[in-house]
Design a protein around this ligand. Structure first.
Ligand code: OXD
Ligand code: MN
Length: 583
């Protein structure tokens, strides 16, 4: 399928290491995929769902100990420890390779190795990159088929070029020997002892964020943990924004927002729900592509009401992981319907009823759905150059500090706003509730190099002479609470009102109030027509309390202190300026 000598030599090496019984090249043809589906069903790796109600859909259950990304076992292996930085686990590459080789040694004996060539990004896009994943899991092959452009198409794109070398072996799914390792200097990813999506679909977080962020740093572009959406107003004007949120902040919902009909004829289109690769275009603007071809979304909480479009996307050719199986061969998860089914098989494969007192679906159960299934997928989804960004939005879940929306003063201040992003923990996650977790640009688990250098790269990008028309940078907080602890903003579709203000600011159509943290809307410029929101609540939603913000400063300083003198001067200057404005 290829005469690329680099591919063939590497494959021989990996075969010698893992010693599979067979090697199968994945060409991406439906015939081959069908055969793999049938094989996975025959071994129980996949369960075929109701063909009438969920055509082409399958259920997979992972091992009980293998249900989420494992950040404590995720490593960035650069030659120098400082290049991985204080927010990443690190080991010297030679030491890591040696340790992992013992784990991989003979691990595919009695198994088949699948060779999965794939493209991150649309085929024939100058922005796209090719990877090859070697895996002993059919589940991985079938998921990669949904999440990437996979098969011969990728080898054709590759020619005799370079690629990201990805090796995945299930081994014994032993959590003690589970490692997710990136070698950014070698364009290499090694993952072992897991069979759960985020750890094994190596094109996603491992490549499209960790390795790609490092590539972007070296090559002058950016790989970001951002959704991309297009918004068309009633006049037919279309604009694009990219937005980064920590988990549990409604990122997928925003990416697929349904405009409230009462606001008029708006249209939201999804370009991406998780990752954006961003470059400077010939017109001096930032352009973004979504490198992925599917959604790897969290199932629980997804319903017709909360995210109609995401749910629609899962109705055909989707692989569900760790959700519950209903008696009619369809799936269920907490939040899908108000009333739980009277009976189902839970994510562990056990009988379940509402009286069981356990969750039927794992809280991190997932759907892998083709993006083309999404009713609001953008017509620019395959555009080789991507879409031009008018705004970049950072967000977090903050009860008191951050107003509903504010705009940064300029690019460097916007980078500072992203770098100080934080979210308060919710009851949904383990650990204490309301604890502030710092997650710069939502990239804390995904930055493939020293985060201080990443901040500097952001600053540098904004000042490149080619970037004559950079997007404006904003921060939103849908989660502000009143003194009784109630959410003050309705969220969901009504977030369109905030997007409208943001785009009006980008067009210079509305004025704003200057506060110590940035520009905040004037009450009259935020369209709240038809909302049940009183003047006092609106005032509070947009208020910036200096005392609350002064109390934020020690936490920010402490976070930045870990970077020592590698923290960019541009970031320190922003911190000093904020402190001065808060005096
Ligand atoms: C994801 C994540 O799965 O960010 O997208 O954890
Ligand atoms: Mn994500």
């Amino acid at each position: 399928m290829t005469s690329n000598q680099k591919v063939l030599t590497w494959l021989e090496e990996m075969k010698a290491l893992t010693q599979p019984d067979n090697v199968v090249w994945i060409d991406g043809s439906e015939a081959q995929l069908d055969a793999l589906r049938a094989e996975a069903v025959s071994t129980g790796e996949l369960i075929k769902l109701n063909e009438e109600k969920l055509p082409g859909c399958y259920l997979h259950r992972t091992a009980e100990n293998d249900v989420a990304r494992v950040e404590d076992r995720t490593f960035i292996c650069t030659t120098k420890k400082e290049d991985a930085g204080p927010t990443n686990n690190w080991m010297a590459p030679a030491e890591m390779y040696a340790m992992l080789k013992e784990i991989y040694n003979g691990s595919m004996k009695g198994r088949t190795m699948y060779v999965v060539p794939y493209i991150m990004g649309p085929a024939s896009s100058p922005f796209s990159k090719v990877g090859i994943e070697l895996t002993d899991s059919i589940y991985v092959v079938l998921n990669m088929n949904i999440m990437t452009r996979m098969g011969q198409i990728a080898l054709d794109e590759l020619g005799d070029g370079d690629f990201v070398k990805c090796l995945h072996a299930k081994c014994d799914v032993d959590p003690e020997k589970r490692y997710i390792v990136q070698f950014p200097e070698d364009n290499t990813i090694w993952s072992c002892n897991s069979a759960y999506g985020g750890n094994v679909l190596l094109g996603k977080k491992c490549f499209a964020l960790r390795i790609a962020s490092y590539m972007g740093y070296k090559e002058g572009w950016m790989a970001e943990h951002m959704l991309i959406l297009g918004l068309t107003n009633p006049k037919g004007e279309k604009k694009y924004v990219a937005a980064a949120f920590p988990s549990a902040c409604g990122k997928t919902n925003l990416a697929m927002l349904i405009p409230p009909a009462s606001l008029g004829d708006y249209k939201v289109e999804t370009v991406g729900d998780d990752i954006a690769w961003i470059r400077i275009g010939e017109d001096g603007r930032l352009w973004a592509i979504n490198p992925e071809a599917g959604f790897f979304g969290v199932a629980p909480g997804t319903s017709e009401k909360t995210n109609f479009n995401a749910l629609e996307a899962t109705k055909k050719n989707t692989i569900f992981t760790n959700v519950a199986l209903q008696d009619d061969g369809t799936v269920w998860w907490e939040g899908l319907t108000k009333e739980p089914p009277a009976h189902c098989i839970d994510w562990l494969g056990k009988e379940w009823t509402p009286e069981s007192g356990t969750k039927a679906a794992h809280p991190n159960s997932r759907f892998t759905a083709p993006a083309v299934n999404c009713p609001c997928i953008s017509d620019q989804f395959e555009a080789p150059k991507g879409v031009p960004l008018s705004a970049i939005i950072f967000g977090g879940r903050r009860a008191k500090s951050a107003p509903l929306v504010y705009q940064s003063f300029d690019w460097n201040h916007g980078v500072f706003v992203g770098a100080t992003m934080a979210s308060e923990t919710t009851a949904a996650a383990a650990g204490a509730v309301g604890v502030v977790r710092r997650d710069p640009m939502a990239m804390r688990p995904f930055c493939g190099y020293n985060m201080a250098d990443y901040f500097q790269h952001w600053i540098d990008m904004g000042h490149k002479s080619e970037l004559t028309n950079p997007p404006k940078i904003f921060h939103v907080n849908w989660f502000r609470r009143d003194d009784e602890g109630n959410f003050m903003w309705p969220g969901f579709g009504d977030n369109l009102r905030v997007l409208n203000w943001i785009l009006d600011r980008c067009d210079g159509k509305v004025d704003a109030a200057e506060t110590p943290i940035g520009y905040v809307p004037k009450k009259e410029d935020l369209n709240v027509e038809g909302l049940d929101i009183d003047d006092k609540t609106l005032t509070e939603l947009l208020a910036v309390d200096k005392d609350v913000w002064r109390a934020e400063l020690p936490g920010i300083k402490e976070y930045f202190a870990q970077f020592g003198d590698r923290l960019p001067k541009g970031i320190q200057e922003q911190l000093d300026a904020l402190e001065a404005r808060l005096k």
